[in-house]
Design a protein around this ligand. Structure first.
Ligand SMILES: C[S@@+](CC[C@H](N)C(=O)[O-])C[C@H]1O[C@@H](n2cnc3c(N)ncnc32)[C@H](O)[C@@H]1O
Length: 471
């Protein structure tokens, strides 16, 4: 059989499962998937995919057996011990230290299989916080698509060979021997919520501090991996940690996760998501809904831009006008043809560039406020306050600038009037002072004249008395 034919038959098989059993394996890496199918087919002595498709069609329960063979739910406690030691000594203490003493801690084991990873995580937190505090504060979500494995995770009972990797003291402290094997501590087990969740399709958990998704991501093709990572980004709190399997690495184009430790595959939530990321995880049947919601959001932003009482313009890095509200159109008499001109050739552009070099502004990437800028128009002189703010994308790339023009001519007129009144007042007070000085001089002169008169009067009286005396 030619490989091409083989592929086509295999894709038909996947298509059948997707349409008839709601098992969508189209996002899984082909080589691993084909190996898993072949395993099951060998058990049934079937060689060709098209024969297996017929078998599936005639045996309604076969897809459940197939699922069991595809979903490799091998797991163990503290799988890859060194990574868990690092988690215990570095990550768990960081999470605890970042919280208030009674604040909840939320952990998600995605692709948890039969639960060994979930209880390993719970043991780490119980050891770090103490059992009582762990019971109060830690909430663990355990999800998988394999319902059989989830059932074991829910029960938390393991055979002797499944717990053999556990340190004897931890086994003694956290497990109780039962007829079926070892049962995980009943009280702590209540802190675990198990549920079916398809990482490639379902909504993620939220406000998670630590997300373990180990040895699961690697089964998906890069496109689906990228979408799952967007969901994980949504799920995590800022500074939340992502813990991957030993053979898994992140190769996303944009660093929505940053590396904490490459050896142990630990990452921290990184850059914000962009619109494209959000759309990538919107189910196709909801794309119309999503685009309608985007259009209405855009209309809202536009209306908000228009509602501003001030003239506003946005200019991109190519010096082109991108947006102008009605107030700006009115203030600068902008017409349709202005939109094709470079911003620096437009009236507002000339006004701004006579006070600040736009090139320098782009280098500094800081807001600039220009106060009381004089603008001589055909209708008279206006005064403007101009606020120039850089506009950044979610990953901090400069997109352009937003300019707000506030007409402060009225304020300026009042200031000028006040200044005029003030100078008039100063002049009047000067005149007053001069008059007061003149009055003071006259008063002094009067006083002196009066004193002279009094002296004269006394002299006359003296002469009169002298004459009487002589007579
Ligand atoms: C190899 S186990 C990993 C178990 C555990 N995380 C560990 O590292 O020990 C992979 C698990 O991924 C689950 N899985 C596969 N596809 C999945 C999907 N689309 N959504 C959620 N879980 C999935 C499988 O059912 C399986 O339990």
């Amino acid at each position: 059989m030619k490989p091409l034919e083989l592929d086509r038959d295999f894709e038909a098989l996947l298509d059948y499962l997707k349409r008839n059993q709601s098992c969508d394996f189209t996002g899984y890496k082909r080589p691993t998937l084909m190996r898993r199918f072949s395993c099951r087919m060998q058990q049934l002595h079937i060689e060709r995919y098209q024969d297996y498709l017929q078998y599936l069609q005639s045996h309604s329960q076969e897809w459940i057996e197939l699922l069991d063979s595809i979903l490799i739910n091998v797991s163990s406690f503290f799988r890859d011990r060194e990574a868990w030691d690092y988690l215990a000594s570095n990550i768990v203490p960081q999470i605890i230290a970042s919280k208030q003493p009674d604040e909840p801690i939320r952990v998600w084991s995605a692709g948890c299989a039969s639960g060994q990873e979930v209880y390993s995580l719970l043991i780490l937190f119980a050891e770090a916080l103490g059992i009582e505090s762990c019971l109060q504060r830690v909430q663990l979500y355990a999800t998988d698509v394999d319902k059989v494995a989830l059932q074991q995770a829910r029960q938390g009972v393991y055979r002797a060979n499944e717990v053999k990797g556990l340190a004897p003291d931890l086994l003694k402290k956290y497990f109780e021997p039962t007829e079926q094997g070892y049962a995980f501590d009943r009280r702590l087990r209540r802190r675990v919520i198990c549920g079916c969740n398809n990482l490639a399709e379902d909504a993620p958990m939220s406000k998670i501090d630590l997300l373990a998704c180990r040895n699961t991501l690697m089964y998906f093709n890069p496109d689906i991996q990228a979408r799952i990572l967007v969901r994980f980004h949504f799920a995590l709190k800022n500074n939340g940690f992502l813990f991957l399997g030993k053979h898994e690495t992140l190769t996303a184009q944009r660093p929505i996760f940053m590396l904490d430790n490459i050896k142990h595959r630990i990452y921290i939530k990184g850059l914000h998501l962009e619109l494209g990321d959000r759309l990538s995880i919107t189910p196709k049947f909801r794309l119309k809904e999503a685009s309608d919601s985007l259009v209405s959001q855009l209309c809202f932003w536009q209306a908000a831009f228009e509602t501003s009482p001030f003239a506003q313009l946005s200019v991109d890095l190519n010096n082109r006008l991108v947006a102008a509200n009605e107030q700006a159109n009115f203030l600068f008499r902008l017409t349709l043809s202005d939109w094709s001109l470079p911003f620096s050739e437009l009236l507002p552009g000339k006004l701004v560039s006579s006070h600040v070099a736009i090139g320098k502004f782009y280098c500094d990437r800081r807001p600039v406020n220009l106060k009381n800028i004089k603008w001589i128009t055909s209708e008279g002189t206006k005064y403007l306050d101009i606020f120039i703010a850089p506009v950044f994308s979610t990953n901090n790339d400069l997109l352009g600038v937003n300019l707000t023009f506030i007409d402060v001519s009225d304020r300026q007129q009042i200031i000028e009037k006040l200044e005029y009144k003030y100078s008039e007042l100063a002049r009047a007070s000067e005149t007053c002072q001069e008059t007061k000085t003149a009055l003071d001089t006259t008063r002094i002169e009067l006083e002196e004249t009066q004193k002279e008169l009094e002296a004269l009067h006394q002299e006359i009286q003296f002469i009169e008395r002298d004459m009487q005396f002589r007579n």
